[in-house]
Ligand binder design. Structure first.
Ligand code: C5P
Length: 416
């Protein structure tokens, strides 16, 4: 297997220092990294430190003329398997979206025929500015992949919000499926490039629900929303219009996805119904099965008695949607999180809820699936069960959405 090669374009910004660690970690995993630094990046970290870690020369605008003769921006952009832009500033995103090519970094980005992964980092207000959001949407429509930004504290004091560079492991996890590690990965990259969900609407539920007991307490579960959000992002990357209905999660709204934030199961059902029709509906939310029958307006006080909470069942959103007549999406995928007999229960759920497929996973505590980054899924369909190897939640999402795209393609072709 040939060594995988990444071209890392380092933009200007305080987060540029994290690229040093990114280079180190990538090289530890056997990936060759060649770096290009923008003029602004060199204000934050030195080409010498980057070059020491890449063990290669670093390309900056200063060497432009010589490099053009020796290697050329076209070769530079094409010799890599993947181009990563980190940190991507608002300015760099604007240049990319506008197709500018006025320095080495933007010229490479215009010339490359390889997948591009962008890790933005900027002040939250710059990230949320309509111009940046417009550029992000445009780049996503162009097939550029994004990781982050994360929500949190900024380098500037008293500033918080979306704009932090994704953590190094997150960037690596996002980069991996874009690298041609084997034939399957190559096929995946190829299929992604075709954007087979263009023109489709994908509806995804994600996260837990919070069911109030009184104004300050609620019933919840350990769902992080990582799997559901990853599915929304994967569907978007394949060209779909995506609506994500999510319970309370700590994740940022994925850029380019229409995200509806809800608290309770009943609100989730309302938002789901409002978002129909859809071509594919994926129910990845861990909806609370029960809610408190009454929700007093005042906090329940400690009285020395054991307060009784009367629980009533919540609506089953998946089962409600599959029983719709005209608006039942052609492909409905449920998730089944179980702690034992995972496949057995999933098969029962497939029938009981009239879903088309159930993605079943073992969430017993020792698997670390809840809140973790990886998942082992068995895809239960009326035709049989496929057991997938352990993968990251992003990889599960991509594989599931590629399968869904292929299913729709075949059923649409058969109907014509
Ligand atoms: O909780 P359960 O194992 O029954 O969940 C199976 C599937 O049903 C999941 O896809 C989940 O999102 C969905 N579900 C739902 N509404 C509920 C309970 C579960 O949509 N009230």
């Amino acid at each position: 297997m040939n060594q995988k090669r990444i071209l890392l374009i380092i933009g200007g910004g305080i987060a540029a220092y994290k690229c040093l660690d990114l280079v180190r970690r990538l090289r530890e995993q056997g990936v060759a990294v060649r770096a290009v630094m923008t003029r602004a990046a060199a204000e934050f970290i030195t080409p010498l430190s980057v070059g020491t870690l890449t063990n290669d020369r670093v390309f900056t605008d200063l060497f432009d003329l010589n490099d053009e003769r020796e290697i050329g921006h076209i070769r530079l952009s094409r010799e890599a398997d993947l181009v990563i832009v980190a940190p991507a500033t608002a300015d760099l995103l604007a240049k990319m979206a506008g197709g500018h090519a006025d320095d080495l970094a933007s010229t490479i980005l215009m010339a490359t025929d390889k997948p591009v992964l962008v890790a933005p980092a900027m002040n939250p207000r710059m990230w949320l500015h309509p111009a940046t959001q417009r550029n992000v949407k445009q780049l996503q429509a162009d097939g550029v992949h994004f990781v982050g930004p994360n929500v949190g504290e900024m380098a500037e004091r008293d500033e918080a919000g979306p704009g932090r560079l994704a953590e190094v492991p997150e960037i690596i996890a996002a980069a991996k499926p874009l690298l041609p590690s084997d034939n399957i990965a190559q096929t995946v990259t190829h299929l992604r490039a075709e954007r087979p969900l263009t023109g489709r609407h994908v509806l995804v539920t994600s996260g837990p629900t919070h069911e109030p007991i009184d104004p300050v307490r609620y019933i919840a579960n350990r769902s992080s929303g990582k799997q559901g959000h990853a599915i929304a992002k994967a569907a978007l990357a394949l060209g779909a219009r995506v609506t994500l209905v999510t319970g309370p999660v700590a994740l940022p709204d994925p850029p380019g996805v229409d995200t509806v934030r809800v608290e309770t199961a009943r609100q989730m059902l309302g938002a789901v119904r409002h978002s129909l029709p859809a071509d594919i509906a994926v129910f990845a939310a861990a909806v609370a099965d029960w809610r408190s029958a009454t929700t007093p307006g005042e906090k329940i006080k400690k009285t020395g008695d054991r307060p009784a909470i009367d629980l009533v069942e919540n609506p089953d959103i998946l089962a409600t949607v599959t029983s719709l007549e005209a608006e039942r999406p052609p492909l409905v995928i449920g998730f089944a999180a179980e702690t034992r007999d995972v496949i057995g229960y999933a098969k029962k759920k497939l029938k009981a809820k009239r879903a088309d497929w159930i993605a079943a996973n073992d969430v017993s505590l020792e698997t670390d699936v809840l809140g973790g980054d990886s998942n082992t899924v068995h895809l239960v369909t009326p035709g049989g069960t496929e057991s997938w190897p352990q993968m990251t939640k992003d990889e599960v999402a991509q594989r599931l959405m590629l399968r869904a795209a292929e299913h729709l393609r075949r059923t649409t072709a058969a109907a014509e």
